[in-house]
Design a binder for this molecule. Structure first.
Ligand code: NDP
Length: 446
């Protein structure tokens, strides 16, 4: 099988040169799916996988805007419309200086499988810009968002492509983007998700990725007759996903001892309780400050320039960015007694790191399964927008929980190995693949 996988990857690398994150994401899927395809020649004959690694459409555009000093700034905007076999393109927008074509193609590719797993009718896409909202005034962020949408609006729509937030795109940015879309189209539709409650947003959408990730790990723990009560958890990041991961873990009786940002991490032995979390939320969402300030406030440790994986824990939740756990980090986590990993972020563990977790037979949930709660609730937001109705908090949370349980069941169905170890990577990739591949077969040469 290695020969087939290597030959496939050789072509992908040649056609998409320099896009290393995209190669990494594709290889992971190809490794899982190739043995399955060999057993089901209909997919092989129709070259489904070869088609799936080619985006349906890539849009790249100039985003000029004026900063507060009156100086012209130019950024690059992107939208990758990866696959629409099972529904309109759906996936977030990322604003971060590291954004490039390869990173967005990896995210769009992952999104196709993730959205398929959710059981909802959503294709996969992703977009964003190399614009850095950090250190910019609200006015500058607004001007950038307006310029970005002035091009993007012609490529999206409530039945075509429905973007959402991701790194650097939260409630503030979604508001500015939506306002500009509405001006240009003269339409009030559910074209973006993650909107504010008073103009079409869904309850639980801000919480959904973090809550969903914790629900998924809860299901994994149940397979070993364990629960979160008393478990020490390490969380990286301190943005949207990390914040609501902590909130749900606290509700379930776990103790979260770390949070981080790109400058370093805090270690609070006593646990980041709800009161401290409130401080973090204000710091990050309103003041837009640095995580270091929490150490001064809580009287806890701050470690500059490092990630939190050296802190011994039962469960780890990487919730910042891609490739934040390498092989050495994974070994340290396993040695420290970690029994489960829930990836809030997309592809936060390198392939070598994943092998360490799987070799140690710990519970390992890849992002495309564990963090699918965000896009699932975006799907629920789209349904509510279409009906022009709003569901209660309890209703949305119940649906979210049900979706995470069903994603877990699907991973078990396709990922259980002979020795009963559940390979969640294979499970998620194969389950995600089958639904999209069957739709592509039904729809002919698309
Ligand atoms: P936010 O922008 O709200 O927060 C991102 C956090 O990660 C910040 O604390 C940020 O620190 C840190 N971070 C970002 N880039 C880096 C980096 N290169 N190195 C170290 N730390 C970094 O984003 P989200 O919480 O929305 O997203 C976090 C992850 O979750 C991403 O991988 C995203 O793709 C994934 N995800 C998000 C979903 C959502 O619904 N929002 C859905 C599914 C997945 P700093 O402020 O210093 O940059």
């Amino acid at each position: 099988m290695t020969k087939e996988i290597d030959a496939f990857m050789k072509k992908v690398i040649a056609r998409n040169s320099g896009e290393k994150e995209f190669h990494q994401a594709v290889r992971e899927v190809v490794e899982s799916v190739t043995p399955f395809i060999e057993k089901h020649p209909k997919y092989k004959n129709a070259k489904i996988l070869e088609r799936m690694v080619e985006p349906e459409r890539v849009i790249m555009f100039r985003v000029p805007w004026l900063d507060d000093k009156g100086e012209i700034q130019i950024n690059r905007g992107f939208r990758i419309q990866m696959n629409s076999a099972i529904g309109p393109y759906k996936g977030g927008l990322r604003f971060h200086p590291s954004v490039n074509l390869g990173i967005l193609k990896f995210l769009a590719f992952e999104q196709v499988f993730k959205n398929s797993l959710t059981t909802l009718a959503m294709g996969g896409g992703k977009g964003g810009s190399d614009f850095d909202p950090k250190g910019k005034s609200d006015q500058e962020v607004m001007k950038f968002c307006q310029s970005f949408m002035t091009e993007l609006f012609r490529h999206i729509g409530p039945d075509t492509d429905v973007p959402a937030g991701d790194i650097g795109v939260g409630g503030r940015e979604i508001g500015f983007l939506y306002g500009q879309y509405k001006r240009l189209r003269n339409e009030f539709t559910g074209v973006l998700t993650g909107k504010s409650l008073n103009w079409g947003g869904s309850l639980i959408r801000p919480e959904a990725t973090g809550y969903g990730c914790v629900y998924f790990v809860q299901e994994m723990l149940k397979t070993r007759k364990m629960s979160f009560a008393g478990k020490v958890c390490v969380v990286s990041g301190s943005g949207n996903v990390a914040q609501y991961t902590v909130e749900k873990l606290n509700q379930l009786g776990a103790k979260v001892v770390t949070l981080s940002d790109s400058d370093g991490y805090i270690y609070d032995k006593k646990g980041i309780d709800d009161k401290k979390l409130e401080f973090v939320m204000h710091l990050k969402n309103v003041k837009r400050g640095r995580i270091k300030e929490c150490a001064d406030e809580f009287g806890c440790e701050y470690v500059a320039g490092q990630r939190p994986w050296k802190v011994a824990c039962d469960v780890a939740f990487p919730s910042a960015t891609q490739n934040e756990i390498n092989e050495a980090d994974a070994k340290v986590l396993v040695k420290g007694g970690c029994i489960a990993i829930g990836e809030g972020a997309n592809m936060p563990t390198t392939p070598e790191g994943v092998r360490v977790f799987q070799k140690a037979k710990i519970l390992y949930a890849p992002g495309k399964a564990a963090n699918a709660g965000g896009v699932s609730t975006s799907g629920l937001e789209m349904s509510q927008n279409s009906m022009r109705l709003g569901w209660s908090r309890e209703e949305v949370d119940k649906k979210l929980h049900g979706i995470m349980v069903s994603i877990h069941e699907n991973c078990v169905k396709y990922g259980k190995e002979q020795d009963k170890y559940i390979n969640y990577v294979n499970g998620a990739n194969i389950a995600g693949f089958v639904k999209v591949a069957d739709a592509m077969l039904d729809q002919g040469l698309v």
